[in-house]
Design a protein around this ligand. Sequence first.
Ligand code: LLP
Length: 427
Amino acid sequence: HPNLSLDVLSGLMLDGVPLTAIAEEVGTPCWVISADTLRKRAAQLLGAMKGAGLSVSAHFAVKANGHLAVLKILAESGMGADVVSGGELLRARKAGIPASRIVFSGVGKTDAELRLALEEDIAQINVESAEELEVLSGVAASLGREIDVALRVNPDVDAKTHAKITTGVAGNKFGIPYDEALGLYRQAQALPGLKPVGYAVHIGSQILTMEPYRAAYARIAELVRATRAAGMAVSVVDCGGGLGICYRDEGAGSPQALAGAMRSELGDLDVRLAIEPGRWIAAPAGVLLASVILRKAVTGGEPFIILDAAMNDLLRPSLYDAWHGILPLSAHDAGLAPEAAAIVGPVCESGDMFARNRQLPPLQRGARVALLDAGAYGSVMSSTYNARPLAAEVLVDGDRWSVIRPRQSVESLWASEVMPDGVRVEA
Ligand code: LLP
């Protein structure tokens, strides 16, 4: 982890900041994200595209981390936004991302969301079905507006990733079946309010090898050629997101490899390419800090290390059996001989488990740890289950840090609740 280092005195550092200092002042659980890492990764990804001679517009997938400060840093680093709801659209606008750099994806956009996208005049809507095309045309015509549309195609390619985050195989809800795409593109030409500009494809997330990408892009290239052969113009191919990272020891692909796949399959099409990266940019930038509430001994088995962070904070291990690295914050703890332990949260579900049989130094009550690679699909997937307030968020910028979202108060959990007799409960 390029942004983490161990200092003998200060313990685990994120860039120039000792994480213990943050944990002591802000408390735990607490998300910490590195501005430098966000900037560096955005530059690296854009540089790889440029290095391959590709003209690419990059749209950060807001779903991965929608914090306004994160979006602003990425906007300053040259990225637009890929949004999947009206809320994300407004969030991106609020962070200062111009509408002209926003694309709207998703399998079910409400009429109100489509209206918002048209009124904001965003760059492009990725349409996922014949039905949606009809509805969008109706909404656009009623507003007297026209919008660029890309058809999201399901290329029926297996991204070889976790079943819950695979999206490009036939039979899942995403995209237009490959064989129907050309016909629908033709239909779209005739619909008022729509300007079909090209195709979009997103086959899944945490993709580790380039083969699925190549296969999907090759199919899209074939579709572009067929569409042009049928006399229609195509100027955009949106290549989606999905580039995986190394959480444990996976051999993840690089932006260079992705750029290579894009160039070899799509490079001679003379289209503007788009990408929608989320995880690759943000995941390694962030950690989740937690403290050990109790060390619960188990006769004849591994102890339970019970943290004050739980599945309501970081859901990925419970939902996908995802592996997140765990490091002690104290240099002293880090130096102890490891033992096998189960790392769990206090939520009342057996699934509230971060790791099992994990080799870690013996962690005592009060010890602090960082859960790694938590900058994407971390805080955004949190809930307040078990009446646990949302954790604080901190941004590290060089050797300075600041709270970018205070810990939610317990009172605010019920502040908007109303008794059935209409009496508002005092927070
Ligand atoms: N574009 C579209 C249309 C998407 O659906 C997604 C992610 C992305 C881009 C960004 O993909 P990325 O570059 O981040 O892989 N919660 C899951 C991941 C769900 C991804 C959903 N779609 C997780 O924690 O692993």
